[in-house]
Design a protein around this ligand. Sequence first.
Ligand code: UDP
Length: 370
Amino acid sequence: MKAKYDFLIVGAGLYGAVFAYKAKKAGKSCLIIDKRSHIAGNIYTEKVEDIQVHKYGAHIFHTNNKEVWEFVNQFAEFNRYTNSPVANYQGEIYNLPFNMNTFNKMWGVTTPDEAKEKIDLQRRESYVKHPQNLEEQAINLVGSDIYEKLIRGYTEKQWGRPCTEIPAFIIRRLPVRFTYDNNYFNDPYQGIPIDGYTAMVERMIEGIEVKLETDYLENKSDWDHLANMVVYTGPVDAYFHYQFGVLEYRSLLFETEVMDTDNFQGNAVVNYTDRETPYTRIIEHKHFDFGTQPKTVVTREYSVEWKQGDEPYYPINDEKNSMQYKRYKALTDKEGNVIFGGRLGEYKYYNMDQVVEAALRKADEVLGNR
Ligand code: UDP
């Protein structure tokens, strides 16, 4: 019997939306379902006081992939926002990522050679050839002063464990530069959709049927009968009834406040890098879009231990969870007619552009239009 839809897409986040767009364009019929009451997953934005608020934390689109950049630009006009967060360490302000401005503030050095000399001196004592964890990697990269003031506290708050137990690759996300360049990213393309990510996703899935507040796993077999193929972007362990145990995440808590001032902190993102401040960062949403509204909306972001039932945000890529994921991955490879995608479906610390790229690739592979 022919199913009603070619594709059932579970999750209306970025992966699902990109895949659905491509499938529809290839003449396929799709149904998108999502547990939440809105589309766009964690990139969801909504207006408060005429300011686009990033409901699930700051999302800055950046990529070095021209195809991905051109793809998303079909659905939104992007502004010229360049991410330049600052770090507040016990009231001292430092520029991020680690660059000449940071080194100048930290040590008073003014030239790249002086900065390199200072870092060399600091890491000489503890240099390890093959760093095994984030602490070793960080000290190798920038020395102990920066590690102590700008990395250790923030990282331990973000991941809820000591830096010696966190994989080294996480800090490699951050550039270290010997120029006075505060751009957090190295990518040539960067920006934020002027009318928000929700509108961007809306345009991507225009004309495709969407059912919200619909839990796939609750009635899995009914939903499965509706389509020839399923694109599943929910947690991979939940799909397989946690048979190899629960994959762990870090979760986030957001405290959002409207303030009767037009400029609270002078920057979109301020990281609190000491261990004592309970939140990791404060986002002032209007600065993502050069807003001139009379009020402001700020969000304090807390990183918290995740328990089953909480919103999952960051996969924990330690050895235990990675091994466990490998076992689930083996099952996904055997699951006929189901594609597992996105941060939760692939248990991967994906950036937005990587999600788009992965979904485009998968769509081309499955739809055979390449
Ligand atoms: N990081 C840090 N200090 C900072 C910002 C980032 O040490 O002020 C490190 C930290 O190890 C963190 C990683 O860089 O886990 C990635 O942080 P980022 O805030 O860029 O991650 P996001 O939440 O934006 O994905």
